[in-house]
Ligand binder design. Sequence first.
Ligand SMILES: [Fe+2]
Ligand SMILES: [Fe+2]
Length: 325
Amino acid sequence: MIITRRGFLQKTLLAGGALLVLPAIRSIGSGSSLQAAGPESFRFAIIGDSHLMGKKNPRLKLRLEAAIREINSLAPQPDFVIHLGDAVHDGTPEQFQYFAETITQLKPKIYFVPGEHDWYFDMGETYRSVFIKGNAPYSFNHKGYHLIILNGIGLNDYWTGRKLTPQQRMEIAGTLNHPLQGPFRLGKEQLAWLQKDLSGVGRETPLLIFIHPPLYHYYRPWNFWVEDAPEAHLLLKPFQSVSVFHGHVHHTVQNEIDRMKFFSTLSTSWPYPYPDTGVPKGSAKMPRPGPSNFYDGLGWSQNSAGNGDMTHQDILWTLTPPEGS
Ligand SMILES: [Fe+2]
Ligand SMILES: [Fe+2]
């Protein structure tokens, strides 16, 4: 089997509504069994960090609805949409109900990834309920690709000993630099699940991984960090094509570690600034958002997969506001 690699290309476009086009291009040689099996082409969209708060902040719903409108108008339609987590802000059943009523406007099928704001009010009980199905980790195959949804928001128990209320637990988990929070972890159980899941997947099968925080060590003071990410990297590294998608940082950032590609997706709620240190070398930064713009620094992403290739494109609304805004 011959595998060739054309390398990782990166360029920045600053016009036409598309800020960043980041192809992670891999070619499969003519003798490849993968080419014979032939992963098919498909498109998928990513939204995330919508942080809906119910009627107390309807602006957040308007921004999520703008992304839904744009995705619904894509032709052809994406095969599916991934929501990368932090669907709601305070994790309450009322906010999930509000989110569920909003997201039903989306036409394509949607998969959900848990964020810390979805989880720490009731430890994921509502997230796992009828509103949002999908108890991460889980995986499935699509057109020759293997997709894995991880729960990246595990935290050490800071609440039981302190007898914290659900609201107090949520507030600490949802504060990026809270001293009690500690770093996110996948945990041994999930790493064992990942190892078992990957044991049934051919090394030539392209992997698409979805997780809420970045699956690497980006910036610890704001918990842009998964402590045991390097252990996941060891499991993923043998695969010929690995693309990892995350939210949580509310800005565009890209990374490459041992040929694995990492892409953030913009939020639809509010942007976070870049930290002073830790931004991966070579990562394109989005322009500083203008606070007077209702859609400043926000957006979503569209992605194309096919024949082992993967192209990620951020749709940044600061440059081209969504239609109907
Ligand atoms: Fe978020
Ligand atoms: Fe988050």
